[in-house]
Design a binder for this molecule. Sequence first.
Ligand SMILES: Nc1ncnc2c1ncn2[C@@H]1O[C@H](COP(=O)(O)OP(=O)(O)OP(=O)(O)O)[C@@H](O)[C@H]1O
Length: 574
Amino acid sequence: MSQILKYVGTYKKATIIALALMVTELIVELVQPMIMATIIDEGIAKREFDTVMIWSGVLLGLTVVAFVAGIVSSFYASESSQGVSHDLRRDLFRRVQSFSALQMQRFSTPSLITRMTADITQIQGLLFMFMRIGLRAPLFILFGLVAALSIHAKLALILVLVIPVLVVVMYWIMTQGLTLFSSVQTKLDDVNRAFRENLLGIRLVKAYHRINHEKERFFKVNQVLVEFNKKALWLMEVTMPILMLVINGSIVVILWYGYKETAQGGAQPGQIVAILNYATRMLASFGVFSFIIMNLSRGRASSARITEVLQEKEEEPITELNQLKGSIKGDIQLQHVSFTYPNSVEKALDNISLDIKAWEKVGVLGETGSGKSTLLQLIPLLYPVTAGRLLIDGKSVGEKQGLIRDHVSLVPQEVQLFSGTIKENIAWGNKHATMEEIVQAAKDANIHDFINQLEEGYETKIGQRGVNLSGGQKQRVSIARALIKNPSILLLDDSTSALDAKTERKVLQAIKDRKCTTVIVAQKVSSVIDADQIVILQHGKVVGIGSHADLLADNTMYRQIYQSQMNEDVISHG
Ligand SMILES: Nc1ncnc2c1ncn2[C@@H]1O[C@H](COP(=O)(O)OP(=O)(O)OP(=O)(O)O)[C@@H](O)[C@H]1O
């Protein structure tokens, strides 16, 4: 929570105004029963009409003051709580951007989304509530007790005995609530995960006719969330009846004792009314207080989840990424590189040594799961090597992520397009790109003619994740986005798999003509047949390396892959 309070510091002025106005409301609320007692005892009981009129006027005036204070206080409380939630979202976003792929994997996307949305909203609501009624409730209980004691100490004594009991009950509820609400937020992560997967894979779900299966999966996690929520709310449900019982019991005792005191002349009816008034308002305050405690428990759970992200080390500090200037030639060397994913025991890459000269074209082949994508992702430093060395231009990469990434274009296996126009999606690779450069990149990726045919050409809007484009069209937009960066190193991860042979040849030719080091992961030998080097991976190890001719002569595995693919080609082309 202390981390969150630092954020409140930015909105000190608004927070102080909101709290000061809230205290004004509190004071009015505290004096109201006293004025009522005066009206009854000094005005009504003694038939003093003037006294009734004057004090009624004061009561009315104070009510108006409290009303205005309440409205203005809400305005400032909202300003402060909205500001805090804005800053938290901003900082969470920044921090997540500085996360390495490993950190992203550890936190998981759905959990980060819940933290960014539900958890921050929770904190925002809690802050608002705290400024408006949260602090007022305990203060009213405290000062209400003092005021009641000052009116009639004996009558108010019962409240002195009862309140500590209620405070202990509240404390117990708070400790229980904290654990329960932490679990509720984790279960909310699960619901978000199931929902997100369903939204992204909706077409697959329909095509496989797995709607009922998915429904059940979602219902299950949703049910678990409901169960946990119910447990948490159960606390709330028992709190109110306990409060009602204790306070109503106290009211009965006050009435009974008040009757005795009045009969003996020790108390005035107005005093009894005032103390009853304090007692009932305290009941309401305890009700509010228990609600706040619930939210506080929930808020503490949310705050811990947000703080966990904010305190996570910036593995790739954004500032540093932005500061580095320079260029790179494009030599890549891997010296005995091994890599193991953190959640795995097996090496995804095992003792890999490669020497790739600037502007060389290198193909990577291998069966599925052999480590091709992993190898590619090491080069833009998405993952740090576990053992061995990665050298770019003969130098260790050190802290130069930003510089290297500025000059490396990766076209991932799974195409990722953003909402916006085709032009924006291509230009995303280089914010300074001119229209001519965009068109040239699209021509090289063999997508220009298609774009021109569209009614709105380059201004055509791409639906979410490129839903209005075919798989091959998306791949080509993604390649154009990589090319527009004029990278020194171009990494293609099976990025032409959805293209027909003729289109693929054209795209690969355009890439071959570019002055950049290119590493192409492919399934088909034909995609890399012209490469300067072809690397064959198996179970994370290099089992062959050389040109097509070398490998055909020396490498049995390559020969087998080549021959089987040639045969397939012959069969498929009749
Ligand atoms: N994020 C990850 N966490 C843990 N293990 C992973 C992760 N990504 C890949 N692996 C494992 O690392 C190994 C290599 O995977 P990689 O994706 O590099 O293979 P690939 O050759 O590109 O496969 P494909 O041709 O199917 O894309 C596999 O055994 C895979 O299970």
